[in-house]
Design a protein around this ligand. Structure first.
Ligand code: GAP
Length: 560
């Protein structure tokens, strides 16, 4: 067995996304949606193993957050953390999205290339250019090299345009309308030209409106235009503006609009949280990196309501606890980081100075950088105030807190009416599954499968496998009885696999790729001395234990 590389960055870079995606397909974890029709960009289906893995992650969140109230941790107020669940509709009254700001503002600035017609998110263009094949070729570097400081000689750039340039970037202005002017500029340059400037010279783009040429072909990009990310449909038979509805782009608003319902119909009092998991939809312009940026995805969101004075304490509590939660599921090394947002990254609802941080994972496609897994934001009272105003409920949406306010003559507080502030830990379930997959993927040239999935036992979609060594001599019967016993005891946590096909080595290899932590083999000795072989996925160690001790052994190893 090969140990994990000590350097997490190198490890993440070494793992190939293509290999991980191939394993996901091969083992029934994730399939391209509508695959038999050629697929549909930005949509993914989960197969038998993937559906169970995703359910295990969702269940872990639900259990630890909702049922166990942050696993029994006390909050900054010294009391248990109270969270209640809801399950709200994907389609709501469209006024919800006007109030939340999504109708007016949930958009990305987009640019189209006038030559190749490709569409780009304006803020992605510089990054895409630095990785584009024509820029890398022009600079004589690979995409991973640092390009900021690269200088290119004018005559070398000219030679490039005559040789490979016209094939790699036919859209560049030097091959179109302004050829003579650009060639003259390059010829007259006495000093080497910074790469970033050279890109603009060849593309003949001005600072405004777009300072960059197309990352794909070098062509001219249009001005950025706003593109709303919400999917829409219509209710009823008449497809007009009046009947237009939106598919929710976040589950959070379903929580805010039910805040009053929950307060009025349960015994919860501020501080408390409302949680839900569910699908969200965004018409992402550039869905990419497997399930990382999809158009249909699932979120796990908590809106935690607290008194405005307590916001900073609760923000710090949630930020730290959420980080620990992901670490507890095996994303424990340097591949996970907590990053406080810079000021210019703050969302529309975030108050100046309010905390916002991301829990980020180093995916193979972001390495050495990181990609967001969960955001923890101080949303202030923005959403409740917006809904108070747009619904016409006004102050009725305020919370009456009987524990606060001036003291009355009887020494009891008179109570205080206020809009609670909200701390929102918002996690992506599909991104979580992807991080778990990338972390678990462990190449090991020494074993027949060449790779195994080192899932945390809590998340493994298959909890154990039972094999008869051969399909005779009563072994299948003993194995099947053990399988049935394990299903009774552990079936609610994941699958118990039974397999009698092919050689035992091939069956182990299959389970390694599926990330099954323990395989139990019934062989000749089982029939004589009542022991079985246990094979450990991670260490490859094999030991014999009593057949009737298998259940307790598994319970201890899985921590159940
Ligand atoms: N309610 C706040 C909210 O929705 P967000 O940062 O836009 O905030 C929260 O989304 C989480 O949802 C992200 O951290 C990410 O894990 C996940 N997410 C967002 N867009 C996604 C997409 N297109 N595909 C997959 N997951 C996505």
């Amino acid at each position: 067995m090969t140990d994990n590389a000590p350097d997490a960055t190198a490890d993440a870079q070494k793992k190939s996304m293509d290999d991980i995606m191939a394993l996901c397909k091969r083992r029934g974890l994730i399939y391209q949606a509508s695959e038999i029709y050629g697929g549909i960009n930005g949509f993914w289906d989960y197969g038998p193993l993937g559906a169970q893995l995703k359910k295990n992650l969702r269940d872990a969140w639900w259990n630890d957050v909702v049922l166990m109230g942050c696993n029994g941790k006390t909050g900054p107020n010294g009391k248990p953390v109270r969270i209640v669940p809801v399950d709200t509709c994907i389609i709501q009254n469209p006024k919800v999205w006007e109030a939340s700001g999504h109708v007016g503002g949930f958009s990305d600035p987009m640019q189209t290339c006038r030559q190749c017609k490709k569409l780009f998110r304006a803020d992605h263009v510089p990054d895409l250019l630095s990785k584009s094949s024509w820029v890398c070729d022009l600079a004589g570097v690979t995409e991973k090299d640092e390009q900021e400081s690269i200088l290119v000689d004018g005559t070398a750039a000219l030679t490039w345009t005559k040789k490979k340039g016209s094939k790699l970037a036919p859209g560049l202005a030097v091959f179109r309308d302004q050829a003579n002017e650009i060639i003259a500029t390059l010829k007259s340059s006495t000093a080497p030209i910074p790469l970033t400037m050279l890109i603009r010279i060849l593309g003949a783009t001005t600072e405004k409106p777009s300072p960059w040429p197309c990352p794909n072909c070098g062509g001219e990009l249009t001005e950025p235009r706003e593109f709303n990310l919400m999917f829409f449909s219509y209710t009823g038979a008449v497809f007009d503006e009046e009947n237009k509805v939106y598919l929710r782009p976040e589950t959070a608003q379903g929580i805010f609009i039910n805040f009053k319902n929950v307060v009025d119909t349960t015994r919860v009092g501020v501080p408390f949280g409302i949680a839900q998991t569910g699908k969200a939809f965004r018409n992402e312009v550039t869905p990419r990196n497997f399930t990382f940026r999809s158009r249909e995805f699932e979120q796990m969101e908590i809106e935690f309501f607290c008194h405005p004075d307590d916001t900073a304490d609760w923000y710090a509590f949630w930020r730290d606890w959420r980080m620990k939660w992901w670490q507890g599921l095996g994303l424990a090394g340097d591949n996970l980081q907590l990053r406080e947002h810079d000021r210019d990254e703050l969302a529309h609802y975030a108050k100046e100075g309010a905390g916002t941080s991301d829990i980020e994972y180093r995916f193979p496609f972001t390495a050495p950088g990181f990609g967001e897994l969960e955001g923890i934001a101080d949303r202030t009272d923005f959403d409740l105030r917006q809904h108070a105003e747009h619904s016409g409920l006004g102050d009725k949406l305020k919370y009456f807190d009987p524990t606060r306010g001036e003291l009355a003559k009887n020494g009891q507080p008179k109570g205080e009416r206020y809009f609670p502030h909200v701390i929102e830990p918002s996690a992506g379930l599909d991104r979580g599954v992807l991080a778990v997959l990338c972390e678990a993927y462990t190449p090991d040239p020494g074993r027949p499968s060449k790779v195994y999935m080192k899932f945390h036992p809590r998340l493994s979609p298959i909890k154990a496998a039972v094999f008869p060594l051969v399909k005779k001599d009563g072994m299948p019967e003993v194995a099947d009885k053990l399988r049935a016993e394990l299903v009774q005891r552990f079936g609610r946590y994941g699958a118990i696999e039974y397999d009698e096909k092919q050689s035992i080595g091939k069956r182990y290899a299959r389970m390694d790729e599926a990330g099954c932590p323990f395989c139990f083999t019934i062989d000749g000795e089982t029939l004589t001395d009542g022991t079985v072989t246990v094979r450990d996925r991670d260490t490859l160690a094999q030991e014999r234990i009593a057949l009737d001790a298998v259940g307790d052994f598994l319970a201890e190893k899985l921590g159940l």
